[in-house]
Design a protein around this ligand. Structure first.
Ligand SMILES: [Zn+2]
Length: 131
């Protein structure tokens, strides 16, 4: 799917599409062309669950200009329940309350807007999963 189209259809059509290697079963998000475990090239696409947990985390106090208004904030490696790991900002929680093993879910949020052109970048952010 062309990126422009997927942005336009947000949020209704938005999915976390991941890929599972048909040979060894390793999952990737985002999908990739060659498995880094077995070099397999055949994948099954599936829509990943939004839930996972924090594996490691850190606090960013001096971010790039783009995010300077938001510092300090927490960034962590999230291990998704479906297997893939990804790096995400962790929001909706005080950064000193972020813990290893904390359940989170990914939400699609505005990341930043660029100047007067009003270009808005969207991406994933992790928020505490309320059960
Ligand atoms: Zn594989």
């Amino acid at each position: 799917m062309p990126p422009a189209r997927s942005w336009r259809t947000y949020p209704q059509g938005y999915m976390l599409e991941a890929a599972r290697c048909k040979k060894c079963g390793k999952t990737f998000f985002p999908p990739r062309l060659v498995c880094n475990k077995c070099q397999g090239r055949e994948f099954e696409r599936f829509n990943m669950q939004r839930t996972g947990k924090v594996v490691t985390h850190t606090v960013i106090r001096t971010p790039s200009d783009e995010f300077s208004g938001e510092a300090p904030f927490a960034v962590g490696v999230i291990e998704m329940d479906d297997g893939p790991r990804l790096t995400s900002q962790i929001v909706d929680v005080s950064f000193d309350e972020v813990k290893i093993g904390m359940p989170v879910k990914l939400e699609f949020r505005r990341l930043s807007s660029e100047g007067d052109a009003g270009i808005i970048n969207y991406g994933h952010k992790a928020v505490p999963a309320r059960t």
